[in-house]
Design a protein around this ligand. Structure first.
Ligand SMILES: [Zn+2]
Length: 465
């Protein structure tokens, strides 16, 4: 019987890669190399199950799986994973169980917080929260490393009122200036700013939106530079095509009434936005906290800024175009010339840069010129909102001993998280906090391969081993 096996394997299944390693279930240490397989070639359940089967010992063992998407933990299937090519339920975990392996599979936030609590920076603490700050953001909380106490999905609640950050038109003519309190001036331009941020953060999920199709039509008509027109179907796969369409959105063809963006957002939403600008969330929601904490949020703020303010020599645009060209060379796309003092960027080069902006560029520019727009406002907003999210997390989940932060945004520890923690602690000593509220330590995650180890932590916690 498989449960008697003392060998544990952790598997981290993502949209891009599948990673697997043998893990010591007592310490969480890896006992062998991490083996990686690319997911892009795997288009059927049979191939995926065979691929994973071949990474495991011939006779059965314990297998803990960390997976993104909607998981049915009892049936051991992934019901819905937006990033995988397999169209139906993903069944490798239940297939392996039928073959005699002792398998458990959990959502990546649940597995990661258990890994942190059992093996990582939360080890020895009763009440542990884990925050991920990467392209998206999320929190999960666990007590005593017990699966039954895991609470998660804590970043899609409404952001505080003062959170607005959109860049708008304060002046006339082409005199665009930033306004960290939101777009001023003409209501239509404010709506346009909101729409652009919506389409940047929602990406390919809005490829068939009539407003984007209209924007693309305008782009193809107005940018006559001898290049072939961009096809509508490219909106699905090409960030360049979407940036071209988004940049060409014009207030003159916004509908007077009816839905402006995805379901649930109509013209009335946008009217309230004029008084209270809020960012759209990648989930489609409005004013959620995630875009304020996440890398995709930082990128969408910068993209919105550069879509209204043509600043072709800005450091963020320069860095983004370099990255675009590196990727273009690899993928065989057209590359675009970078600007020189006597040769400005072409329209297409600017759009290529716009499409490639990421949080990495925003914070690289911040390190070089912290007082410049838009990086100053984006960073200040993110610091404030991360501090605020610590407070909200604590007020919902008190007591917390440790909040552990992980993800690519924590690479900017001293310029984002240091000040956010200081601000949070400062507020905590004030009148808003009661004696019964514990002050958690806030630290950066040091556990590598948290996905793989999390699979094992999940299995161990679920089966009480
Ligand atoms: Zn959301």
């Amino acid at each position: 019987m498989s449960k008697a096996s003392t060998e544990f394997y952790g598997i981290d299944v993502g949209g891009t890669n599948l990673r697997c390693a043998k893990v010591d279930a007592k310490s969480g240490k890896l006992l062998g190399p991490v083996v990686t397989r690319q997911m892009c070639d795997i288009a059927s359940n049979r191939v995926l199950t065979d691929t994973i089967r071949n990474l495991l010992p011939a006779d059965s063992c314990n297998v803990g799986v960390c997976a993104a998407g909607l998981i049915d933990e009892e049936k051991k299937v992934i019901r819905n994973s937006p990033n995988m090519k397999i169209p139906d339920e993903i069944t490798f975990a239940s297939d392996l169980a039928k073959l005699g392996f002792n398998v458990e599979m959990g959502n990546d936030m649940a597995t990661s917080v258990l890994a942190a609590a059992l093996y990582g920076d939360g080890r020895g603490y009763r009440n542990v929260a884990l925050g991920t700050f990467s392209s998206g953001s999320n929190y999960a909380v666990v007590r005593d490393g017990q699966l039954g106490s895991v609470r998660m999905e804590a970043s899609h609640y409404p952001a505080p009122l003062q959170a607005g950050l959109l860049f708008g038109w304060l002046g006339k003519d082409s005199n665009y200036e930033e306004n960290s309190r939101g777009p001023a001036g003409f209501p239509h331009l404010a709506v346009l700013a909101q729409l652009r941020q919506y389409f940047f953060i929602r990406g390919s999920r809005e490829a068939h939106h009539p407003l984007l199709l209209k924007g693309l039509e305008i782009f193809n008509k107005t940018v006559n530079d001898g290049m072939p027109a961009i096809a509508a179907k490219d909106l699905e796969t090409s960030a360049f095509a979407r940036a071209a369409a988004i940049s060409s959105l014009s207030p003159t063809f916004l509908p007077d009434e009816g839905p402006l963006v995805g379901e649930g957002h109509n013209a009335a939403d946008f009217e309230t936005l004029l008084a209270w600008p809020r960012l759209f969330c990648g989930c489609g929601g409005l004013g959620h906290i995630e875009p304020y904490l996440s890398g995709n949020g930082a990128a969408s703020m910068a993209q919105q800024y550069f879509a209204v303010s043509a600043r072709p020599s800005h450091r963020i645009i320069v860095l983004a175009l370099q990255d675009y060209n590196r990727k273009a060379e690899k993928e065989g796309w057209s590359m675009y010339e970078e600007s020189t003092p006597d040769r400005p960027l072409s329209s297409r080069a600017y759009i290529a840069a716009l499409s490639a902006i990421s949080a990495k560029h925003v914070y690289a520019a911040y390190e070089e010129s912290p007082d410049e727009s838009p990086q100053k406002h984006i960073r200040d907003t993110q610091v404030r909102m991360i501090a605020s999210s610590f407070g909200t997390l604590l007020s919902h989940h008190n007591p917390l001993d440790r909040i552990i932060c992980m993800g690519s945004m924590t690479n900017n520890w001293s310029c984002i998280f240091g000040p956010a923690i200081a601000s949070f602690k400062e507020n905590q000593t004030g009148q808003f906090y009661l004696d019964g509220i514990k002050s958690p330590q806030i630290v950066r995650n040091t556990l590598d391969d948290i996905g793989i180890i999390g699979g094992v932590a999940y299995l161990v916690s679920k089966q009480g081993r």
